[in-house]
Design a protein around this ligand. Structure first.
Ligand code: ADP
Ligand code: MG
Length: 344
């Protein structure tokens, strides 16, 4: 690219903030005061407030060699909205704090905020503040989200009961495969910069990695069907790891069935191509940002026909027995491999 590079220092910190503020008018009635004062003002109302923070650090959580900045901005918001959805709440405001090294131009910051803005629009949340600082070590982006939920509707990790049904949304494992594809293309490119990556057939997986969506829609669907999950968590580290969280906090055990795991057909094929077991991807790949939740058996019928909610198992009493029943009928223990070890 031969476009002109504008330096942030020419604009200054306040100039940069003004530029951001000008592009982010608040929409939610509960956002009383956004960017521009010493603190934002949010209407308390009668609901419970839900607050969560996620920080993304260059080199740890993302690689700018294959992560476009607008996707990164979108993802930083989506992963936070996902945490509110995982409480069965609705996100309304975010603050965004960024640390920037002098490698980043004004155009780069604009691209980052374009993604943040797109996410704000798709999840109907307002950017109401943040902080801006210099950094020696690349890009750091920390987002705090504020959401709300009626006290009775909040879904904690500790509410699963024996005989509950275990549900998962969407499909699993594709985001991890997307990362594998991007890492492979990066290596190919580094070896021979003339090589242009052919990502078309991997579009779905790459999209799941670079532009994950929070399942805020599921919170609305559950309310519409009058179902309150007995427990819920979002899948950031992999299904197995999240199942163990629900198990530990709810003091119950979970049994899932291999043949019920939702795996996209492109993801399945790609896993085979990479010589990784597709089921391992679904269990231990990370960053799908789908929701894992339990519902009472009485509610099973209400969600039976939902096209994007899959019933994969059930809850039982023995907290030390978290297992998968394979297609052959063997019982295998679920292990929290996280996905850091798969990443390497
Ligand atoms: P203070 O010195 O009081 O921390 P700042 O100059 O850091 O004030 O921030 C001024 C206003 O701009 C505040 O409303 C703050 O929330 C907002 N702000 C600062 N940086 C960002 C950013 N990166 N994104 C969004 N809002 C920001
Ligand atoms: Mg500040």
């Amino acid at each position: 690219m031969s476009e002109k590079r504008n330096e942030i220092k020419d604009l200054g910190e306040f100039g940069l903030i003004d530029r951001i503020a000008a592009d982010f008018a608040v929409q939610n009635p509960t956002s009383i005061k956004g960017i521009g004062d010493d603190a934002a003002v949010v209407h308390g109302g009668t609901d419970r407030m839900l607050i969560s923070t996620d920080m993304l650090v260059e080199g740890i959580h993302f690689d700018l060699a294959f992560t476009p900045l607008h996707h990164l901005g979108y993802k930083a918001v989506a992963v936070n909205v996902s945490d509110i959805a995982a409480m069965n709440g609705r996100a309304e405001q975010i603050t965004v704090s960024i640390g920037l090294s002098n490698r980043f131009s004004l155009e780069a910051v604009d691209a980052l905020y374009q993604g943040i803005k797109a996410a704000c629009q798709s999840y109907n949340v307002d950017l109401i503040g943040g902080d801006t600082t210099a950094s020696y070590s690349g890009l750091i982006i920390s987002v705090t989200v504020i959401g709300r939920a009626n006290e009775e509707m909040i879904a904690y990790r500790n509410g699963a009961q024996p005989n509950d049904i275990v549900c998962v949304t969407g499909d699993l494992g594709a985001a991890f495969l997307g990362l594998k594809i991007l890492q492979r293309e990066k290596e190919v490119f580094e070896a021979d910069p003339q090589m242009q990556p052919d990502l078309e057939k991997y579009e779905y997986m790459v999209g799941r990695q670079l532009k994950p969506e929070a399942r805020a829609d599921i919170v609305f669907d559950l309310a519409e069907h009058r179902v309150k999950p007995t427990s819920m968590i979002d899948i950031s580290d992999g299904l197995a790891s999240e199942i163990l969280h629900l198990s530990k906090q709810s003091k119950v055990g979970i049994r899932i069935y291999e043949d019920k795991l939702p795996i996209d057909s492109f993801a399945y094929e790609t896993a085979v191509e990479f010589k990784i077991d597709p089921v391992t991807c679904a269990l231990n790949g990370g960053e799908d940002y789908e929701l894992l939740f339990t519902i009472s058996k009485d509610d099973q019928e209400k969600l039976k026909n939902h096209p994007d909610i899959h019933m994969i198992g059930y809850v039982h009493e023995r907290a030390d027995e978290n297992v998968m029943i394979t297609k052959q009928g063997t019982v295998v223990p679920l292990r929290a491999q996280g996905w850091d070890h798969l990443k390497k």
